[in-house]
Design a protein around this ligand. Structure first.
Ligand code: CMX
Length: 426
């Protein structure tokens, strides 16, 4: 008989605990990283100081989830990726069906959430609406309830998983509601009993299925964005907040606030903006020379070219490759996609000549916006919400594992500029 996710984890966790204890007991003093002055001032880039087992980002390969390169699993459902992230294996067909049912069983959004969202100012950013809804839903937290009742440390992961499943079971419905409320798209659309997570999200937003093309786009989008190891702003923030034993609603809401930043999740709206500005300036799909000129104009104006560069990656992001593959299949004659593809031929050369960005290649955001736009989602500021729905899976899988393994409260040591000056002086 198929196991539930909780049963599967209950079988895995004792071994993981033993492994962590043995590593710490036998090798706790081994040094794994040093920190330079530049790293201390530079966002701790490259400092190895936290553990994340769900995925790694190899500078020369991109995202690898539990040993599987993202391009090898790009055809999976996001639900399967969540199972993979948290357990290390893909689910069997029976396990997947049971897990999808468990999510649907937790799919009811409390009525007060809709009241909160409808009471927010019309000018609220959709990310502020999503974050507020997740935070307001903290009222439902099983973790907080069990903590107050006095659960043991060994039990922390169980209500953390319950909260994680409640968030994943509802976040797509909430996000679709944010879309319909914010952009006056009409009444809310109820979740379906049958559709998978991504297709249901697209349907609840009110996107036309277009013979399944829009559902396939949404599936791909959600599958590709689930996780990007532990140090990025949203994952790291969720990790830190969760480490204080703030429950998963607090932790995910905090992580989403980080995702709202223009250098992180908000970049995908800026990216499409840049593409459309280029098209507007040149009256259609620009020539390569026009793109080159506009790229230099952007750089000389002291701005970044959104969608290019990465803190870790040093190659074309494989997730961009996956989106480009979808574009070539479904949108080969579409002007926005053609511009994205042409920009890809030109901008890396310009950034290399500019000489500042350590990585001149496209990241995930360079291509995704065009697909969303052509699916009928024309409200750019909403794009980060789609990213967030997917990334909740990464944040939550990391959080549940951290509660299972007793990860300590985060508390790196900060030092003052005077202390650094003292070190330099010797
Ligand atoms: N256009 C212009 N300049 C760029 C650039 C770009 N796309 N990418 C990097 N640079 C510049 C940096 O601004 C920095 O300049 P300063 O020295 O003047 O500060 C210099 O190159 C070195 O930066 P880096 O070490 O290569 O990159 P960082 O790790 O500091 O920053 C990132 C990474 C993503 C914030 C940066 O590449 C950027 O701003 N890109 C555009 C925004 C974007 O696409 N963000 C999406 C990120 C995806 C994600 O969140 O996963």
């Amino acid at each position: 008989m198929a196991k539930t996710l909780k049963e599967k984890l209950a079988g895995l966790i004792p071994k993981l605990r033993e492994e962590r204890t043995a590593i710490l007991k036998g090798h706790g003093d081994k040094v794994i990283s040093e920190v330079s002055v530049a790293q201390a001032f530079g966002g701790m880039r490259g400092v190895k100081g936290m553990i994340c087992d769900t995925s790694v980002v190899e500078p020369d390969k991109g995202l690898i989830i539990r040993g599987k390169p993202i391009l090898d699993i790009q055809d999976k459902l996001p639900e399967e990726i969540f199972w993979l992230l948290i357990t290390g294996d893909l689910p069997s067909a029976d396990e997947l069906a049971l897990f999808q049912k468990e999510l649907k069983d937790r799919g009811e959004v409390p009525k007060y959430i809709w009241k909160v969202l409808k009471a927010m100012p019309k000018t609220s950013h959709p990310m502020a609406m999503l974050d507020t809804a997740i935070l307001a839903m903290e009222n439902e937290s099983a973790f907080r309830k069990r903590y107050n009742e006095g659960m043991t440390k060994q039990e922390y992961w169980e209500p953390a998983l319950e909260d994680a499943m409640k968030i994943i079971g509802t976040i797509h419905t909430i996000a679709a509601g944010v879309y319909r409320i914010k952009y006056k798209k009409g009444d809310l659309i109820e979740p379906s009993k049958k559709l998978d997570w991504g297709a249901d999200y697209a349907k609840m937003m009110g996107l036309p299925p277009r013979k399944g093309q829009n559902y396939e786009m949404m599936r791909l989008y959600l599958t590709l964005h689930t996780d990007h190891e532990g140090g990025n702003v949203s994952a790291n923030t969720c990790h830190t907040v969760g480490s204080a034993l703030s429950d998963p609603f607090y932790a995910v809401s905090a992580g989403l606030n980080g995702l709202a930043g223009p250098l992180h999740g908000l970049a995908n709206q800026e990216c499409l903006n840049w593409i459309l500005q280029t098209m507007e300036k040149f009256g259609g799909v620009p020539t390569e020379k026009q793109i080159e000129d506009y790229a230099w104009e952007t750089l000389n104006g002291g701005k970044v070219i959104p969608g290019y560069g990465h803190a870790v990656l040093r190659v074309t992001d494989p997730r961009f490759v996956a989106f480009n593959g979808f574009g070539k299949k479904y949108l080969s004659n579409n002007p926005v996609f053609m511009t994205v593809d042409r920009v890809f031929n030109i901008v890396p050369k310009v950034l290399q000549a500019h000489g500042k960005a350590k990585n001149p290649w496209p990241n995930v955001d360079a291509g995704s916006g065009a697909l969303l736009y052509e699916a009928g989602i024309k409200e750019f500021e909403y794009y980060t919400v789609l990213f967030s729905v997917s990334r909740s899976m990464g944040m939550l899988s990391q959080l549940v594992l951290n509660r299972a393994l007793g990860t300590a409260i985060t508390r790196p040591k900060s030092v003052s500029t005077d202390w650094i000056k003292g070190q330099i002086a010797g």
